[in-house]
Design a protein around this ligand. Structure first.
Ligand SMILES: Cc1cc2nc3c(=O)[nH]c(=O)nc-3n(C[C@H](O)[C@H](O)[C@H](O)COP(=O)(O)O)c2cc1C
Length: 174
């Protein structure tokens, strides 16, 4: 089990602002990055029937190996990206056909990293992260938001990076 964060990236492009910001935040720290674009996943299926090429199994395995999960998403239409939402829908498998795995999520720490153009994270953006984490027995520990209209060396961005990393660090000691 790793105490280093698993960053799950949900941008719709490879060279993305969200990837860049995650890279900046976690620069010089140990972490694992998983790009959902490289792990194509079918939409949630009520019958649990998925193509052989479905990557949820790999993502699930990596999630179970890490204590700290950072969901990194751009803001698309005031919500998480569709790639990220698809992963969240697939969590349903963990409380239905894969209950044993679902139980192993208990106690994990969940963080949110979001990037958008607006000045602030939209109201309510955190709710699906917080409530889904709670539903699955994990604890939601907070977010960092970067507006691409600002610069990384602005005081507010420097301070929020420090406090975000401190929270992550503290969560490894609990
Ligand atoms: C489909 C789409 C919807 C967007 N909706 C929002 C939005 O609601 N609020 C916002 O602040 N930015 C919005 N943006 C801007 C992106 O969040 C912003 O450009 C971000 O830096 C993109 O990150 P990425 O390169 O990781 O995709 C949207 C961009 C796209 C492509």
């Amino acid at each position: 089990m790793f105490d280093t964060p698993l960053i799950i990236l949900g941008s719709s492009r490879r060279k993305s602002d969200t990837r860049n910001f995650a890279g900046h935040v976690f620069k010089g720290t140990q972490h694992t990055l998983l790009d959902l674009l490289e792990h194509p996943m079918a939409y949630y299926d009520y019958e649990g029937i998925y193509p052989a090429s479905d990557s949820f199994e790999q993502v699930r395995k990596l999630m179970l190996e890490h204590n700290i999960l950072v969901f990194a998403t751009p803001v698309y239409w005031y919500s998480m990206s569709a790639l990220m939402k698809n992963l969240f829908d697939r969590f349903t498998d963990l409380v239905t056909i894969e209950k044993q795995s679902g139980r192993k999520l208990k106690g994990k720490k969940v963080f949110l990293l979001a990037v958008g153009t607006d000045e602030e994270l939209p109201a309510g953006f955190e709710i699906p992260f917080k409530r889904t984490a709670e539903y699955l027995g994990m604890s939601y520990e907070g977010f960092i938001y970067f507006s691409v209209k600002t610069s990384l060396d602005q005081k507010q961005n420097i301070d929020s990076r420090i406090s975000f990393l401190e929270k992550i660090n503290a969560s490894t000691k609990e």
